[in-house]
Design a protein around this ligand. Structure first.
Ligand SMILES: [Zn+2]
Length: 310
């Protein structure tokens, strides 16, 4: 199995277009130790020729152009694409907007929970993906399904499972007590397996807390890509960027007794990589003490273009 990080940043990317926080200003100025990142997406292939996207960021066109394996083949006919499917883990703009880059009548499949598929249906702009060409398939929670697209079995099997989290910001309704209208399955994680080799990994880009159930799933995993949005719960408030904590946004922090470093400590996960990293996060600065602490705890900080073979 081949895995490429197409984008490792959270919504807004790094730098974010309208942000002049220290990280964004420093990366724009070319300060050593900081590298730009596009928004959160992975590409996976079991056979090296058919690819499945895990989330489709608004930056997808750029990501495809920077990843030769995902481009049209010179010997594949006038119109062709190795991208056979896109699997969505939520309705957030940074997870679904990239679908709009995939118009032009190219067959592939879109997988999402019933709630995410309903969001696509309600927003008519997604009809640029003609349903007769681009199949929309429901991703059930808690059962593994073979991922197919454009008449191909990709050789990948994906199990989606609900994780503690929150509905996309623009879909919020109700009050805090109702978790802003969130329902089971608005935040999901994926277990991606290649039955031919028996290898598997987890992708959990948005998660509010590592509860018993999630801990049980991840225990002893070979590889986990995990929500690295914020280093501390109140960092966006302290930096004057936004009056919201990470918890309010449905994201666990990296640090602290309730954070993901602590939560993963007893799980024995072989390789742990943060993705969905917000531009305010000090781990983006390779010279920061927070980055050193994160790496000392056995975590890697995801970077666009990173490739992993399982
Ligand atoms: Zn910023």
């Amino acid at each position: 199995m081949l895995i490429r990080i197409l984008g490792a940043a959270a919504g807004g990317g790094f730098p974010q277009w309208n942000c002049s926080c220290r990280n964004c200003a420093d990366v724009r100025a070319g300060k050593p130790g900081l590298r730009a990142r596009t928004q959160c997406s992975l590409a996976v292939s079991a056979n090296g020729s058919d690819w499945v996207l895990l989330n489709t960021a608004p930056d997808l066109r750029q990501q495809i152009n920077e990843t030769p394996e995902l481009g049209a083949r010179a010997d594949g006919g006038l119109r062709n694409s190795p991208i056979k499917a896109a699997v969505l883990t939520g309705g957030d703009v940074d997870f679904i907007a990239g679908l709009l880059n995939l118009r032009e009548l190219q067959p592939f499949s879109v997988y999402g929970s019933a709630r995410v598929l309903a969001t696509l249906k309600e927003n008519s702009v997604f009809n640029v993906l003609d349903a007769k060409v681009v199949e929309r398939r429901e991703l059930p929670l808690g059962s593994a399904i073979a991922i197919e697209g454009a008449g191909r079995d990709t050789g990948l099997v994906i199990e989606a499972f609900a994780v503690p989290g929150k509905i996309a910001l623009y879909l919020e309704s109700g009050a805090a007590g109702d978790n802003y209208g969130s329902r089971d399955g608005d935040a999901i994680g994926l277990k991606v397996s290649a039955p031919a080799t028996g290898k598997s990994f987890f992708y959990v880009p948005g998660c509010a807390v590592v509860d018993e159930e999630l801990a049980g799933r991840l225990r002893g995993a070979r590889l986990v890509f995990f929500d690295g949005t914020l280093y501390t719960d109140d960092e966006m408030i302290r930096q004057g960027l936004m009056q919201k904590t990470g918890q309010r946004m449905g994201h666990i922090s990296i640090s602290g007794p309730e954070g993901s470093i602590a939560a993963f400590e007893p799980l024995g996960v072989e390789r742990k990589i943060y993705v969905h990293i917000n531009n305010s996060n000090p781990v983006l600065d390779e010279t920061s003490p927070e980055r050193r602490a994160t790496e000392a705890a056995g975590w890697e900080v995801g970077l666009d273009g990173m490739e992993i073979r399982l």
